[in-house]
Design a protein. Structure first.
Length: 232
């Protein structure tokens, strides 16, 4: 289960799922790429058996990640290697460990925890400015607005096609109509399609994301250009 969706930013009910699985033997794997360093307590749930994380999401060097595995008592999760060779990582992954990248991930993780409240507050402030500027356009949120991470917005503007919006805003802000993982695909978002949203809403979906390091964005100009498209 994703901890937070990479397109909509919607936080999944990890704690409730963990409760349902409390007396079940199934192994619970959480994809924490979008949430690690941003959602703290849900990812500390003792019922999570495996947690995968990506270093660059918390400003570690690119090319490093981790699979965190929790024992059940004295029993290890029965993982099998994808590659075979040396005995590193208890036989799970052969090869020389990238010590510098690992150290970078460790430091980045420590800073993400230490600075969590400040980073989240900054991201929430950016989101508030964005929503204030975009609200007059009658935007429709793609996903439960009450369960979205602080650094992501996925919305549609009535009457505006996402491709047209990307072109109109290319000299103002980097904006997408899906995740970076699917940026080369022209198919409708499988996430929004699976959510059962109307075709016109999916066709107009725009995704914005930022961090606590993002400089002030020209939200009024962004809203104005989108408004001009909606009037055409």
């Amino acid at each position: 289960m994703m901890a937070a969706n990479n397109e909509t930013g919607v936080i999944q009910p990890i704690e409730q799922i963990a409760e349902v699985l409390s007396s079940h033997d199934a192994y619970f794997h959480v994809d924490g790429a979008q949430a690690f360093g941003k959602l703290i307590e849900p990812l500390r749930n003792s019922r999570i058996d495996l947690l995968s994380i990506s270093g660059h999401k918390v400003y570690a060097p690119k090319g490093i990640g981790a699979l965190i595995v929790r024992r059940r008592g004295y029993n290890r999760v029965p993982l099998q290697p994808l590659m075979y060779g040396g005995g590193q990582e208890r036989g799970l992954r052969p090869g020389t460990l990238p010590v510098a990248l690992i150290a970078g991930l460790g430091l980045a993780s420590s800073l993400a925890l230490k600075e969590h409240d400040g980073r989240t507050g900054q991201c929430e402030a950016i989101k508030a400015l964005a929503l204030d500027a975009l609200a007059p356009l009658g935007i429709v949120m793609n996903g439960d607005a009450e369960r979205v991470v602080a650094h992501t917005l996925n919305f549609s503007v009535p009457g505006v096609d996402s491709e047209a919006a990307i072109v109109a805003l290319k000299d103002v802000v980097a904006i997408s109509n899906g995740s970076a993982c699917t940026s080369q695909s022209y198919e409708p978002s499988h996430v929004l399609t699976a959510a059962g949203l109307p075709d016109n809403q999916i066709a107009g979906a725009l995704r914005l994301s930022w961090s606590h390091l993002t400089p002030e964005a020209p939200w009024d100009e962004i809203a104005d250009r989108l408004s001009q498209l909606s009037r055409r």
